[in-house]
Design a protein around this ligand. Structure first.
Ligand SMILES: C[S@@+](CC[C@H](N)C(=O)[O-])C[C@H]1O[C@@H](n2cnc3c(N)ncnc32)[C@H](O)[C@@H]1O
Length: 274
């Protein structure tokens, strides 16, 4: 019933006005062919103005748009029930769930939360991120705009790179290093993972590193070394070499990911921990 949808939207409007809105989620797309999977809305303070950040989760990318309270309600009204059948409003004290059946019947359920929550208006997530897309090399490598926003067609790639950083962080964090860590990234390609590794280890984990990206293609090596030099990155260098010919003086960690042709086998024959 449209009445319950209006009732739900009124509750969202009240929560926004009373600063009790923690988040709103929209899920269960009305069409299974819809590329938009769900939407996550949270209040944010931008330049001292209260806005509502909509994160649109598409199949292979995310998009964020900020709206004021009126635009937020208008956007939710357009989405319910045309695009989504489920919506949940999380306030500091209650969860209010809107469920629309395939026949269009809308019901509302309200549940008090056990422990009261707080509204989080923090917009600056950068400081807690393992990788900062605003760093210039992500633009130079072709993943972001000049302003440091991940481009639409690189969202999926950046997610993969970020996942890699998370895995590496969980492995490295418990370890202790007293000296420079010597790392070879075999078949480093365009350098996405090599830069992610360098950023994570130096900027997040404060390690002293000597990372060599070993790559057989001279054009890539030249281009990447130019980026490294322009950003004055210490402890990172690309080396033009085949894996089989590469002989580092020191090596603590060897990485070989998605290497093509015989590259994966070649690094296996190096007998170094990977
Ligand atoms: C698919 S890319 C992977 C890049 C990166 N490791 C990643 O996971 O995103 C594989 C790279 O390995 C390089 N490569 C393949 N065989 C190689 C070899 N024998 N020695 C050095 N580089 C090699 C290719 O030129 C290519 O740039």
């Amino acid at each position: 019933m449209a009445e319950n949808i209006e009732k739900f939207l009124n509750r969202v409007g009240e929560a926004a006005e009373q600063s009790t809105l923690v988040k709103v989620t929209l899920s269960k797309p009305a069409s299974k062919h819809d590329d938009l999977r769900n939407i996550y809305v949270k209040p944010v303070l931008i330049k001292e103005k209260l806005l509502f950040a909509f994160t649109y989760h598409y199949e292979r990318r995310d998009e964020v748009k900020n709206y004021d309270a009126a635009q937020m309600l208008e956007t939710l009204r357009e989405m319910l029930p045309e695009r989504f059948f489920n919506a949940v409003l999380f306030t500091v004290s209650e969860d209010i769930t809107l469920l629309v059946s395939s026949k269009g019947k809308a019901t509302i359920q309200t549940k008090k939360v056990q422990e009261s929550r707080e509204q989080n208006l923090d917009h600056d997530k950068q400081k807690n991120r393992l990788l900062n897309p605003a760093n210039p090399w992500w633009y130079q490598l072709g993943l972001t705009t000049r302003e440091g926003k991940i481009t639409a067609d690189m969202q999926h790639k950046f997610k993969q790179i970020y996942k890699y950083a998370e895995i590496v962080e969980s492995l490295v964090k418990p370890m202790k290093f007293d000296d420079t860590v010597h790392i070879a990234d075999m078949g480093a390609g365009k350098g996405y993972l090599t830069f992610a590794l360098h950023e994570l280890l130096t900027q997040r984990l404060n390690l002293d590193v000597d990372i060599k990206g070993v790559e057989i293609r001279p054009d890539l090596v030249l281009k990447i070394n130019e980026i490294i030099q322009s950003d004055h990155l210490k402890g990172l260098e690309f080396v033009e070499s085949s894996i089989e010919a590469y002989r580092p003086e020191k090596l603590d960690v060897l990485i070989a990911l998605h290497a093509c042709n015989t590259a994966t086998d070649d690094r296996a024959s190096r007998r170094v921990p990977t």
